[in-house]
Design a protein around this ligand. Sequence first.
Ligand SMILES: *Cc1c(COP(=O)(O)O)cnc(C)c1O
Length: 366
Amino acid sequence: MNVPFVDLKAQYKQIKDEVTAALTKVMENTAFVLGDAVKSFEAAFATHHGAKHCVAVSSGTAALHAALLALGVGPDDEVIVPANTFIATAEAVSHCGARPVFVDASETDYCIDPEKIEPTITARTKAIVPVHLYGQPAEMEPILAVADSHGVAVLEDCAQAHDAAYKGTKVGTFGRAGAFSFYPGKNLGAYGEGGAVVTNDDDLAERVRMLRDHGSAKKYYHDFVGYNYRMSGFQGAVLGVKMNYLVQWTDQRRSAAATYRQVLADLPLVLPPDKDHVRHVYHLFVVRVEHRDAVMAALKDKGVASGIHYPIPLHLTGAYSALGCGEGALPVSERLGGNIVSLPMYPELSDEMIEYVASSLKEALV
Ligand SMILES: *Cc1c(COP(=O)(O)O)cnc(C)c1O
């Protein structure tokens, strides 16, 4: 049996006709950039996440960048980010001319460790960007408490956490804003690049809206230097269709995760942490094993794909090694980088496939 890491074709088959009709409508209206499809997706996405505003942009990285700029992050500022995340979280900070300050992960959820934030706060700290990693919300209560006590803004990186919730509330508006990605492989994926900023703050939403469109609120009147971060009409149309399936697909991911937990329970590996006060949306199902490279190779021989998210914590990557946060500085993130492995995870993953992954893993681990 072959078990791919993700299977975007399976999902396409389910919604093919609806997507084709939505894309055709964009062409008939020649609404290729922003337009009605994007506008109605923005409204649906804002409502789903309990936010007053959603501003659709061209990628998750653009969403993070525009949100940080709208929060006033600029040269000489510092922004606190986890070391255990995709590089875009830190890149967006760098794009503002600011400096990412890396904080270690917590063993309880692999997200930023709230207790390790305060010692890194300085007079230059402008914002904290917790990442809801692998689909599991970070500990927002203690993070907001430390941010508030120092007058520092919080921007949630929700790129892996569509439809996730913390203590019954959807992610995205715990801090000043939330940034989402609609990269095709994300839990809500476009057919190209896409992203969005959600916020309850009217001014912040307006600044992001202008930043995405060359600093203008009215065509050819440019109040400041902005960017071309607009979402394409096609992406808005695809996302609008997919929005109606998000909860169903998320529940399917959660059910696949529950099955994984049952069939992997007796194997010598560490199952993903799952806090009971969150809705974990399982963008990734990440286990920890000894001798990871050998295990991944054995899985590959069995036709089971796997991945590492992420092999090198950001403070040790070539892009950020010059910041001087060297090896040994963030031990939890470094340990995770050495033994995590992501197993296949997508809504259409069948019980039969999960059982095959488990039996392959069992052989690989002995
Ligand atoms: C995917 C991702 C991003 C970037 O999103 P793009 O749409 O690829 O630019 C940012 N942060 C995290 C945690 C991500 O997983």
